[in-house]
Design a binder for this molecule. Structure first.
Ligand SMILES: CC(=O)SCCNC(=O)CCNC(=O)[C@H](O)C(C)(C)COP(=O)(O)OP(=O)(O)OC[C@H]1O[C@@H](n2cnc3c(N)ncnc32)[C@H](O)[C@@H]1OP(=O)(O)O
Ligand SMILES: O=CC(=O)O
Ligand SMILES: [Mg+2]
Length: 510
């Protein structure tokens, strides 16, 4: 094996995943695509005025469609998302959802043991041989009476390194490691399906498509067997939905409205653009805000015009089996969210918890009738301008002390969880993951750097944030508390905006 070294420690059954041939395959992907990935990441730093691109007008105006969906992806009315931890793998496969988004991204801390054990669990899941016994002795196995969901794996975004594998003297790329290991071991069984996160341009989609072509060719997998669903969850990508589908048209099966990273991306892109671009308290920005409606309507319109699926996003409300009131509220909120999506023409949507599968299914069953999807709903009346997508004042809402305290509290609690190895957590009955935590900390940064004054007249300064942070820390405990607090301070207050909180966080665990 030339030029590739595994630096990470031993993980149970790791040798089954990190075989010499699998590592050679990763090295091939790295040699072929690392330079382009670096170049495209560097381009993200250039923040141009946003709009639909003149140079790709032809793509938007010409006739083309994406490849028809393969059978397992023709009905995606309920998709459950979740980490690839072993118990949750069994639970997701038994959940009754049509798709399991097996998450190596927003819901995962890329601890080496999570990276490798996630691959082990996906390996077993692909072979219907995943079982688990909890420390309390409860046995988990696949049920025969529930149809198995299609597994769609979400690798890390382009930005994260994988420091436990070194290729030609530099860290491997997280996205290529996650995709490469999964594809290498499971493509032969068919159904190599992926969700692609956090892209900022159609050139990044072209890169994924080139990776897929090379991977299929290297393993003699039929061209086009890979299917990709792309998250539209950055503000630049909202202006390139057609172009992204076009780049992946041989393999694209849909777009997803990733609302949380989308809000984060808006804050990040316009972080120092002045008061007109400042977003209010997170809980006051809902999917009915006009700029969010513009985004989801454009997504449905674009997808169905091109024969691709439009998949809805994540309502963050989580049921609690020990608290019927919380559960009732979560079910009502999720029902409302899924109803709006179904009415808008989405073909299905996401839920974060098995107890939410029935409500999502019920709503889409009622809307779809006998059909497996709503590809026929073309929404020709939808016309979305750049101004509407960028009209953030339309959110309404205010910046409040409660909003600031909540951003700090949630941010620190999430980092505590993340550093401890859990990339998704229920905090105050809401699902929190890397995307929602990014909103918390970037919002604080934006408020401080734009001289925001809260509705009670208090100016948001770094000193104020530090005092809120100190009070928050006093209420919390945990092995990683100091680290979490210092990390939050850095990503919320550093003069230079930190691109992703997971970058410095990863340095603490790598
Ligand atoms: C912005 C985005 O990217 S959204 C997508 C990324 N985020 C996610 O995928 C988050 C997915 N959801 C989760 O991780 C979890 O639901 C959490 C962390 C929010 C809450 O988890 P918990 O506190 O364990 O929930 P709870 O105790 O109610 O779980 C009850 C049972 O359901 C299981 N469960 C909960 N969520 C899931 C899930 N998403 N997938 C599979 N099983 C699940 C639990 O394992 C538990 O099983 P058990 O009864 O056999 O022990
Ligand atoms: O990945 C989904 C999101 O909302 O972010
Ligand atoms: Mg996301």
């Amino acid at each position: 094996m030339s030029g590739i070294r595994v630096l990470g420690g031993e993980v149970e059954r790791g040798e089954q995943i990190l075989t010499p041939d699998a590592l050679e395959f990763l090295a091939m992907l790295h040699r072929s695509f690392a330079a382009t990935r670096d170049e495209l990441l560097a381009r993200r730093a250039e923040r141009h005025p946003l709009g639909f691109l003149p140079e790709t007008a032809e793509v938007r105006e010409s006739e083309w469609r994406v490849a028809p969906a393969p059978e397992p992806l023709r009905d995606r009315r309920v998709e459950i998302t979740g980490p690839t931890e072993r118990k949750m793998t069994v639970n997701a496969l038994n959940s009754g959802a049509r798709v399991w988004l097996a998450d190596l991204e927003d819901a995962n801390t890329p601890h080496w043991r999570n990276v490798i054990s996630g691959q082990v669990n996906l390996y077993d899941a692909a072979r219907d041989q995943v079982e688990f016994t909890s420390p309390e002795g409860k046995h988990y196995a696949l049920r025969d009476d529930v149809a198995r969901p299609a597994v769609v794996v979400r690798p890390r975004g382009w930005h994260l390194p994988e420091r436990n594998i070194e290729i030609e003297g530099r860290p491997a790329i997280g996205a290529l490691v996650d995709f490469g290991l999964h594809f290498f071991h499971n493509a032969v069984l068919g159904k190599p399906y992926y969700y692609l996160p956090k892209m900022e341009s159609y050139l990044e989609a072209r890169l994924w498509n080139d990776v897929f072509s090379a991977a299929e060719a290297a393993l003699d997998v039929p061209r086009g067997a890979i299917r990709a669903t792309v998250l539209i969850e950055t503000i630049p990508a909202a202006f390139q939905m057609e172009e992204i589908l076009y780049e992946l048209r041989e393999r694209a099966s849909g777009l997803n409205a990733g609302r949380w990273d989308y809000l984060f991306s808006i804050i990040k892109y316009f972080r120092d653009a002045g008061e007109d671009h400042v977003l209010p308290d997170r809980d006051s920005i809902t999917m009915t805000a006009p700029f969010m409606r513009a985004y989801t309507e454009l997504l449905v319109r674009t997808c169905h015009k091109r024969g691709a699926f439009a998949i809805g996003g994540m309502a963050a409300f989580i049921p609690n089996r020990r608290d019927p009131e919380v559960t009732e509220r979560a079910l009502a909120k999720v029902r409302e969210d899924k109803r709006r999506e179904a009415e808008d023409g989405f073909d299905g949507s996401w839920v974060a918890h098995p107890d939410l599968v029935p409500v999502c299914r019920e709503v889409f069953d009622a809307k779809l009738g006998d059909r497996p999807n709503q590809l026929h709903v073309l929404r020709p009346e939808v016309s979305v301008s750049a101004e509407r997508l960028l009209d953030f004042r339309s959110a309404g809402g205010r910046a409040t002390m409660a909003g600031l305290e909540s951003a700090v509290d949630v941010g620190v609690r999430y980092l505590l969880s993340w550093l401890g190895g859990n990339g998704a957590a229920a905090i105050h009955n809401l699902m929190e993951d890397a995307a929602t935590a990014e909103i918390s900390r970037s919002q604080v940064w934006q408020w401080v750097h734009n001289g925001v004054v809260l509705d009670d007249g208090t100016p948001v300064t770094a000193e104020l944030v530090r005092s809120v942070l100190a009070r928050t820390a006093q209420r919390l405990e945990g092995e990683h508390l100091d680290q979490a607090v210092r990390l939050f301070e850095r990503v919320a207050l550093a003069d230079e905006f930190v691109d992703f909180l997971t970058l410095p966080a990863y340095e603490r665990i790598a």
